[in-house]
Design a protein around this ligand. Sequence first.
Ligand code: GAL
Length: 380
Amino acid sequence: MKENSIKSIASTSLFFIFLSINCQDLNHSFKPGLIWPDTEGRHINAHGGAVIYFNNIYYWFGEYRLPRSEKDKSRYGVSCYSSGDLMNWKNEGLALRVISDSSGILNPGCVIERPKVIYNKKTGKFVMWFHHELKGQGYKAALTGVAVSDNITGPYKYIKSLRPNAGVWPLNFPEGYKKSSPGDKDIKTGSEEWKAAVKEGLLVRRDFGNGQMARDMTLFVDKDGKAYHVHSSEENMTLHFSELTDDYLDFTARYIRVLPGESNEAPAIFFARGKYFMFTSGTTGWKPNPARLAVSKKIFGEWKSIGNPCRGTEDENKVTFASQSTQILPVNGKKNAFIYLGDKWIPENLADSRHIWLPVEWEKGNPVIKWYPSWNLNKL
Ligand code: GAL
């Protein structure tokens, strides 16, 4: 054989070997609950997060959970991945990182959860909000933090953390709820009496001066460009929907209470078929529980619970296919096409927590989710 043809056979085979390795590496379907390798083969470390679509690319922001072997707590923050097809994700590194060289509160050892990023058309900036807990204080602080960047992938500049809406009453708070009664402080936390009192504003009154608690959160940008910060407040008993300022960097002081006393967290809001829908979970920490669906004609309207959106076996419905909601993601270019994004938490090693992505299907005008061990966008 001539030397040239040997060379060409060798290079063609190399090409095919290269191609087959690359093809094997590509993800061709969503496989909820399994390890989801990024383009470098590592499980995607972005939890409790959300995806946004910008200039033909999807960006996925989430909690970067420190692998158990990682002792350096300064490598902690919010991770960012990019993708053109929602299945193959490139790691863009940490978009927000704790600040080691300061005495500030975004320091190594603090907790950052459920980060969400939105784009502000007026300012041209990307705004990130996240649930922020202080080092060594468990979940006591209940703050929401905000950071901003000119570039979608970051680095995001931390601005501040706060308890929102200090000194203002919710817009839907009856006059009669505004005055404390002398017995308020004697009510036993967790008792039936306490639950009834919470519904009637006990904790809103308690936190009126210093601001309302903010734990699990999401952001929602409405058709008119107004953005809303939605979070579990009042010891996780009631959701608060708060309007953000035009630059999305602060609260306007307009807010409402939603489903008071009903213990919702993990909120995920979307608009479809003329209505606002919200997926939430109950409050059982890392353990999954039955998902809940609520609907409203207006964002600041009357939200009504309409049951569990899961359509699986009884056991699957009880635990939302082992997941907790984090976003309902609109798929670009397809009408009424959404993906349910949930977390299957592994508390012993949070970095290993799995992603449960399922297609949103429709039943009598309402969204439902079913289990598919493997699926792709043709399903939508
Ligand atoms: C969940 C919440 C998570 C995390 C966890 C801690 O209920 O949704 O984001 O805060 O509790 O136990």
